[in-house]
Design a protein around this ligand. Structure first.
Ligand code: COS
Length: 378
C-alpha cells in the first residue's frame, strides 16, 4: 500500500494551492459577504485548465485522475468552499455525458465544458424530488425525432451561469424510477429559462438556481444513453460526485484547523498562549486526527474510482465522514477563537457556514447511511 502522491498529482495540487492562496484567499470574505459569483477567478481557473480536470484529453479535458480532481477540490475549499463547489459540480455535470453519452455526444459537448467555455450543470433535484430522486415531476414526451420537456429543477449549482445542462426527467412515468431519462440541453434552447437564485447560508459565491423548461424541444439524439436508464446513470454520476464533495469537506475542515492552530498559538490568556492548555491541545489533536481520517477515506474512494470498480459504498463513507468532520471541526474552530470567532474578523465562521452544505447536497448524511447500510447488509 503506497500512500504517496504521484509527481503529476503533486504538481497539480501545488499549482492549485498557489492559485488558491494568492488569488482566491484575498477575495474569499468579500465574495461571501456580497453573494458574488467570482468571475475573475473562474476565468483564471479556465486558464489553469481546472475545468477539464479528470476529463480525458481526447475530449478536450486536461486529464488527470480522480485523486487529482479531489486534491484540487480540497485545495480550493481550504480557502473558499464556493470555488470548490463551482468546480466539483461542473465536473459532475460533465460526467453524465462522459460516462453514458455516445461518442458523437462526447465529441460535440465535452470540449466546450472541459475548457470552461460552457459551465456544466447536473440537474436532478425538484421541489418534490430531493432524497427520493425517483419522484420527478418533470416530463419528457417523445414526438417524432424529438422530446418535448416540461418542468423545473431547484437547487442547481452553477444554474445561473451554466452553458450545458444534463437534465433528468420522466419519460415513462408509469415505470417510476425505470422511466427516468437524461438529456443534454443547451442554455440557448427555446423554452429554457433560469429562475431565481437562492440566498444561502454558505457557499454564497456559488450560484444555486432554479431552472425551468416549458414546451422545450430537444432532439432525441440528445438523449443520454438509453431511455429509462436515467436513474442508474444519475446515481453512478453522484457516486463520483460525492468524492468531490468529500474532498470539499476535507478542505473546509483543514482550513478551519489551520486557522485554529494559528490562533491558539498566538492568543495569550493567563500569561501564556492558550495552546499551552491541555484542554485545547486535546481538541486540536482530535480535530487533526478526524481530518486525516476523512482525507484517507476520500483519497481511497478516489483511487478506487480510477480502478473502474463500483464505489457507491466507499464514496458514501468518505462523504459521510468528511462532512461530519467538517461540521465538527469548524464548530470547534469557532469555539477555539472565542468571541472573535463569532465575528467576520476571522474566516472560521464562514468555514462553519460552508461546512453545513456538505452534510446535505449530493445526498444528505442520512442518504449516505442508507447507501452504506444497503451495501453492508446486502
Ligand atoms: N450505481 C448503479 N446503480 C445504482 C446505484 C448506483 N450508485 N444506485 C442505485 N442503483 C440502481 C440499483 O441497483 C437498482 O437497480 P435494479 O432495479 O436494476 O436492481 C435501482 O438503481 C434502484 O436502486 P434503489 O432501490 O437502491 O433505489 P432507491 O429508490 O431505494 O434510492 C437512494 C436509493 C435513496 C440511495 C437514492 O435515491 C439516492 O441516492 N437519493 C439521493 C439523491 C441525491 O443525492 N440527491 C441530491 C441530488 S444532487 S444535489
Amino acid at each position: 500500500m503506497d500512500f504517496s502522491l504521484t509527481e503529476e498529482q503533486t504538481l497539480i495540487r501545488d499549482m492549485v494551492r498557489e492559485f488558491a492562496e494568492k488569488e482566491v484567499k484575498p477575495i474569499a470574505a468579500e465574495i461571501d459577504r456580497n453573494h458574488r459569483f467570482p468571475v475573475e477567478t473562474v476565468e483564471r481557473m479556465k486558464e489553469l485548465d481546472l475545468f477539464g480536470l479528470s476529463i480525458p484529453e481526447e475530449y478536450g479535458g486536461s486529464g488527470g485522475d480522480t485523486v487529482t480532481y479531489a486534491l484540487a477540490c480540497e485545495e480550493l475549499a481550504k480557502v473558499c468552499a464556493s470555488h470548490s463547489a463551482i468546480l466539483s459540480v461542473h465536473i459532475t455535470g460533465i460526467k453524465s455525458v462522459l460516462l453514458f453519452g455516445t461518442e458523437e455526444q462526447k465529441r460535440k459537448y465535452i470540449p466546450d465544458m472541459a475548457s470552461g467555455k460552457k459551465i456544466a450543470c447536473f440537474c436532478l433535484t425538484e421541489p418534490g424530488a430531493g432524497t427520493d430522486a425517483s419522484a420527478l415531476q418533470s416530463r419528457g414526451v417523445r414526438q417524432g425525432d424529438t422530446y418535448i420537456l416540461n418542468g423545473s429543477k431547484i437547487f442547481i449549482t452553477n444554474g445561473g451561469v451554466g452553458g450545458t445542462y444534463c437534465l433528468y426527467v420522466m419519460t415513462q412515468p408509469e415505470k417510476k424510477l425505470k422511466g427516468i431519462t437524461g438529456f443534454i440541453v443547451d442554455r440557448e434552447t427555446p423554452g429554457f429559462a433560469v429562475g431565481q437564485s437562492e440566498d444561502k447560508m454558505g457557499i454564497r459565491a456559488s450560484v444555486t438556481s432554479e431552472i425551468m423548461y416549458r414546451d422545450m424541444v430537444v432532439p432525441a439524439e440528445n438523449m443520454i444513453g438509453a431511455e429509462g436508464e436515467g436513474f442508474k446513470y444519475a446515481m453512478k454520476v453522484l457516486d463520483s460526485g460525492r468524492i468531490g464533495m468529500a474532498a470539499q469537506a476535507v478542505g473546509i475542515a483543514q482550513g478551519a484547523l489551520d486557522a485554529a492552530v494559528a490562533y491558539v498559538k498566538d492568543r495569550t490568556q493567563f500569561g501564556k498562549p492558550i495552546a499551552a492548555n491541555q484542554g485545547i491541545q486535546w481538541m486540536i489533536a482530535e480535530m487533526a486526527a478526524q481530518v486525516e481520517a476523512a482525507r484517507l477515506l476520500t483519497y481511497r474512494a478516489a483511487a478506487l474510482n480510477d480502478q473502474g470498480v463500483r464505489i457507491s459504498k466507499e464514496a458514501a463513507m468518505a462523504k459521510l465522514v468528511a462532512a461530519t468532520t467538517a461540521m465538527d471541526v469548524t464548530v470547534k474552530a469557532v469555539q477555539l477563537h472565542g468571541g472573535i470567532g463569532y465575528t467576520k474578523a476571522y474566516p472560521v465562521e464562514r468555514f462553519m457556514r460552508d461546512a453545513k452544505i456538505t452534510e446535505i447536497y449530493e445526498g444528505t448524511n442520512e442518504v449516505m447511511k442508507m447507501v452504506i447500510a444497503g451495501s453492508v447488509l446486502s
